[in-house]
Ligand binder design. Structure first.
Ligand code: ATP
Length: 366
């Protein structure tokens, strides 16, 4: 069964004089999905969101919400609601009054409001919180009240502009999980913008990676990580080792790449590289195996010296550099397995590293 489409954006462009902030962006979001737009500061995320919410007019392209063209429709008449980083709850009002505010402005009155406020508080997991003052709430509870205040207006789409940005690290971690759970519970379509890849990967059904006004890849979080479509996506989503090289041989899908330091490695790729092509190779830290079993074929192997240990609990890693080098090679990051079998590794140790030919990702270089 195909789900309905809540938001359709087609060939959307926004120019500010000669500068193109959003450049022919197209995407559909199906009902009930958590869709994130992930990109660095200045890539055009906020501009895109402001066009959807109606605060700025597109230079070209169309936006349709639930099949209705939004051209010329003012923000307050669009079936969307926007939540900012600063939640902007009214400090002088209690929780119920905060939530009722939009309903009153829309002309609703009396028992209908009371019933809607109670029901939405229930849905966001804050039953009975209506009488509390805003200052009595934790950061996470304020977040939920802000969402309740938007959801009570029953928008087709909820737009969230880096809503966790102002929270401290611990609360942000907790809220990532809470927001995802909340979205699944209420079933409203969320469009979430962030520059934080871990937020996007953890919470979303789909993520669009945006760079310089364009979408470079739109995919499930797992695919963005495993099969990045461009070098930008590979370097922006997750940690990666990257190096430049040149193709020196090819046999079916197996290319031989000589790195700038004169080392050779083999990579399986479905791209049609030929000898002489410049390439950029990406490799995830966890794809590097420490002291791999000598019997495993298809591994690129080399010796490294440990430069430093990056302890981070279960996600610890080491920085290494190739042993035979001049000392000028870029350091490589190698994830340590979670079973702590390498607790004894220390700076200066020489280790053998191996990585499977299939785990390298190869793009055309420049
Ligand atoms: P951040 O995460 O820092 O908010 P962003 O990805 O949301 O960044 P935008 O705020 O959409 O980026 O801005 C995209 C680009 O458009 C930036 O280079 C910005 O300077 C430019 N820009 C945004 N609004 C205007 C405007 N009103 N006039 C001129 N340039 C603008």
């Amino acid at each position: 069964m195909s789900r309905k489409i809540d938001l359709q954006v087609h060939e959307l462009v926004k120019r500010f004089d000669a500068f193109t902030a959003v450049d022919r962006v197209s995407f559909d979001v199906h009902q009930g999905k958590f869709f994130s737009i992930l990109g660095p500061s200045g890539c055009g995320k906020t501009t895109l969101l402001r066009m959807i919410s109606g605060f700025i007019e597109p230079t070209a392209g169309t936006i349709a919400i639930r099949g209705r063209d939004m051209l010329g429709i003012p923000p307050n008449k669009r079936p969307v609601n926007l939540i900012f980083q600063h939640l902007a709850l009214f400090p002088m009002m209690n929780v119920a009054e905060n939530i009722a505010f939009g309903l009153r402005r829309r002309g609703e009155r009396g028992a209908v409001i009371t019933q809607k406020v109670e029901s939405i508080l229930e849905r966001v997991g804050l039953p009975g919180y209506g009488d509390k003052q805003v200052h009595q709430l934790s950061g996470g509870q304020r977040q939920r009240v802000a969402i309740a205040r938007s959801l009570v207006l029953e928008p087709a789409v909820l737009l969230l502009d880096e809503p966790l940005g102002a929270l401290d690290l611990k609360l942000r971690e907790q809220m990532k999980v809470e927001l995802k759970t909340l979205q699944a519970q209420v079933g409203t379509t969320f469009i979430y913008i962030t520059h934080d890849q871990s937020e996007a990967l953890i919470m979303s059904d789909f993520v669009a990676v945006m760079n310089k006004g364009r979408f470079e890849q739109m995919d499930k979080p797992q695919n963005l990580y495993a099969k990045p479509a461009t070098p930008f996506v590979a370097s922006f989503v997750g940690d990666n080792n990257a190096w430049d090289g040149m193709v020196t041989g090819r046999e079916n899908d197996r290319v031989t790449v000589q790195t700038q330091n004169g080392n050779t490695c083999h990579i399986r790729t479905d791209q049609k590289f030929a000898p002489g092509d410049k390439v950029r190779v990406f490799l995830r830290p966890e794809a590097m195996l420490i002291e791999p079993d000598a019997s495993i074929p298809s591994l690129n192997r080399f010796q490294v010296v440990v430069r430093s240990i990056l302890f981070n609990g279960a996600n610890s890693s080491i920085l290494v550099h190739p042993r035979e080098g001049t000392g000028q090679e870029k350091e490589l990051i190698v994830a340590l397995p979670q079973n702590r079998q390498y607790d004894h590794v220390k700076k200066g140790d020489v280790l053998e590293i191996g990585w499977d030919e299939k785990s390298g990702i190869c793009f055309a270089g420049d």
